[in-house]
Design a protein around this ligand. Sequence first.
Ligand code: TRP
Length: 456
Amino acid sequence: MEAKKRGSFTGSIGFVLAAAGSAVGLGNIWRFPYLAAKYGGGIFLLVYLILAVTLGFTLMTTEIAIGRKTGKSAIEAYRALDKRFSFLGYLAALVPVIIFPYYCVIGGWVMKYLTVFITGGAQASAQTGFFEDFIAMPVEPLGWLALYVGVTALVVLFGVEKGVEKVSRIMMPVLVILSIVIAVYSITLPGALEGVRYYLIPDFSRFSVTTVLAAMGQMFYSMSLAMGIMITYGSYMKKDTDLEKSVGKIEIFDTGIAFIAGLMVVPAVFALSGGDPKALNQGAGLMFVTLPKVFYNMGQGSFLGTIVGAAFFLLVLFAALTSSISLMETIVSFTGDRLHWSRKKACLIVALVSFGIGIPSSLGYGPLRFLQPLGFSILDFFDFLSNSVLMPVVALITCIFIAYFVGVKTVADEVRLSSKFRREKLFTVVIKYLAPICIILILLSSVLDGLGMIQI
Ligand code: TRP
C-alpha cells in the first residue's frame, strides 16, 4: 500500500469486491450473530439497519471520498486536509493494532474447528463443554494463534495477497450459498421458529443505549470504518467510478452476509437449547458452540455433518484471512513507513508483537480467567476498547472535522465527480447534527454507566 505503487481498481466491480473483501470477515459471521443474540435479536437488527443506512453510509462515503480526493492513506490524508488533525490519522491507525491480535485468536479457533472436522471429530465437537474445554487449555489455543498469525504474516511478507484474494473471490460466493443452505436448515429445526421470531421481530422493551452502542460498534467493525481503512481503499478508486453506488453495494453485501449468519446461528440456539436465555448470552463463543451441534444434527452423526462442517470452517477461514491480511498490511505499511523498517523486518516485528498481545486474549478464558477488566474477559475487553470506545471517538471527530473544518462541500464535490450526489441532504444532516449528537450522548451514557453513575 505504498504511495509509489498506488495503482487503481478497474471500474466499480473491482473496487466494490476489494472493499467488500476487507469488510466481510469474522465480523459478519462470528461477531454479528452473537451480538444479535445477546442484545435482544430483532431490536438489535433494526437499530443496526438504521445505523447502516445513516451513519454507516455517511462515514463510508466520507472516508472513500477523502481517500480518492487526496490519493493518500489515513494519516497523510488527514494531514493533507488540515495539519491540526493529523492526530486523527494516528488515532484511527491505533484501531487495527488493537483489533488484529484478538482477530487472530478467533482465527486460530476457526483453524482448530476446521482441523477437528477434517479429522472426523464432528461428534466430539458437538458435545457440550467441548468449546469451553478447548479455550480453557493453556497451550493449544496459543499454538493455533501462532499458526494463524504465521500464515497471515507469510502472505503479507511474500505479497501474495492477490493470490489469496483471487481464491477468496471464488470462495466468498460459495460461503454465501452454503450459509443460506445452513440457515434454511437451522430455521426448519424443531423449535427454531421461536428463534426466527426473536431475530426478526423487534421487542421495543429490550431497547437500551447499550443496544445502540453495541450495534454502532459492530457496524464500524463490520464495515471496516472509523480506522482509516476505507480512506486507503478510496485512494485507489478511479475518479469516474460511481462513489455513492459503490458505497451502497458494499453496505448491502456486508449487511446481507451478517444477516444470513444471524439466521444461521440464532434460530439454531433456540432449537438446541429450548430458548434458554443463558444460551443466548454465550458471548464470543456462540458460533463455535452452536454450529457444530447443527452440523452434527444435520447428518444424524453421519458423514454429511463432517463434510458440511469442514467446508463451512474452511470458507470462514478464507473470509477471515482476507480480513486479517488487510489488517496486518495496514499495520506493516504504517510502522514500516514511519520507522523506516524493511518490509521483512516490519512483518516479523508486527507478527511477534501481535502474537504477544494476543496471548492474554487467548489465555483469558483459561489460566488468566481471574483477570476481568471492567467485568470483561480479556478478549472482550480489547474488543470493547476498539469497537465501543475508540471507533466511536474516531467517528465523532471525523464527522466534526468534515462538517465544521473541511466543509461538507469538499466531500460532496468529490462524490459529484462521478455522479449526482443523490443522498446529499441525508449526508449533510447526519454528519453535521445527527451523528455528533448521537455519538456524544451514547458515549457519555455508556461511560457513566460503566462508572456505575447511572443505570441504563
Ligand atoms: N470488517 C472486518 C470483519 O468484518 C474486520 C475488520 C475490521 C477489518 N477492521 C478491518 C478487516 C480492517 C480489514 C481491515 O471481519
